[in-house]
Design a protein around this ligand. Structure first.
Ligand code: 3NM
Length: 212
């Protein structure tokens, strides 16, 4: 699977995002529903740290590996290495992209969060394999989220002409608004709450997978 295919229905989650089921059950249902990539994002108030964070990460990585779902770690290079993740996702204020590349190696994927054409351009120069663009819509999940940029920014990044990286939209994405994100040029959608807090993460994922 290449990175643009993997972005199509990209489920992002940590233990604090799972309200109805535990993280393993939530991920396993999302996998049954058809997610194409997973990001372990153990962040926010009440997030696991240390050995507990690693322990849950190992269980989620095993689930992904068994089902051939690429497994990405948010922000933490040491954790990504320890879990032998397929890649790492970094924000604008996280580790330096060149340092990250040096530590994780040439074959792993690096995703970089961006909020403007300028940041997208820089992510290309910094060696990203894909870029995240957000927030597409307002989100309650990330307390320190940037102001909403809206899906049209994806079109603007595409039209800028020099950015040929795969793009995933993130932030406030639901089954109802995801098609707009695809239509405006995204290769995929990254989702936390619309899957992790769904009554049925499997059904919610299936609904995302059927959108074109
Ligand atoms: N990053 P939900 S928005 C983790 O804009 C994250 O870069 C964002 O959660 C960004 O799908 C966001 O529940 C939260 O809105 C996404």
């Amino acid at each position: 699977m290449n990175v643009s295919q993997a972005l199509k229905v990209y489920f992002v989650m940590g233990s604090v995002n799972c309200l109805n089921f535990d993280p393993e059950k939530t991920l396993s249902e999302a996998i049954k529903g058809g997610i194409t990539m997973f990001q372990y994002r153990e962040k926010g108030e009440g997030a696991l740290v240390g050995e507990e964070q690693v322990y849950l990460g190992k269980k989620l990585k095993m689930l992904c590996e068994k089902n051939r779902i690429p497994f990405i770690v948010n922000d933490d290079i040491d954790l990504a290495l320890e879990l032998n993740a397929d890649g790492i996702h970094i924000g604008q204020d996280d580790s330096d992209p060149f340092y990250t590349r040096k530590r994780i190696g040439a074959t792993k994927w690096i995703g970089i969060s961006t909020h403007s054409v300028q940041e997208a351009k820089k992510a290309v120069a910094d060696g990203a394999d894909y870029i995240g663009v957000g927030p597409m819509f307002s989100t309650k999940t990330k307390k320190d989220a940037h102001d909403v940029v809206g899906p049209f920014l994806i079109t603007q990044i595409r039209e800028a002409g020099f950015i040929h990286l795969p793009i995933v939209g993130i932030g406030g994405i639901t089954v109802e608004n995801a098609s707009e994100v695809y239509h405006l040029g995204a290769n995929g959608v990254a989702i936390i709450s619309a899957v992790s807090q769904a009554k049925s993460p499997k059904d919610a994922t299936q609904a995302f997978c059927s959108i074109q």
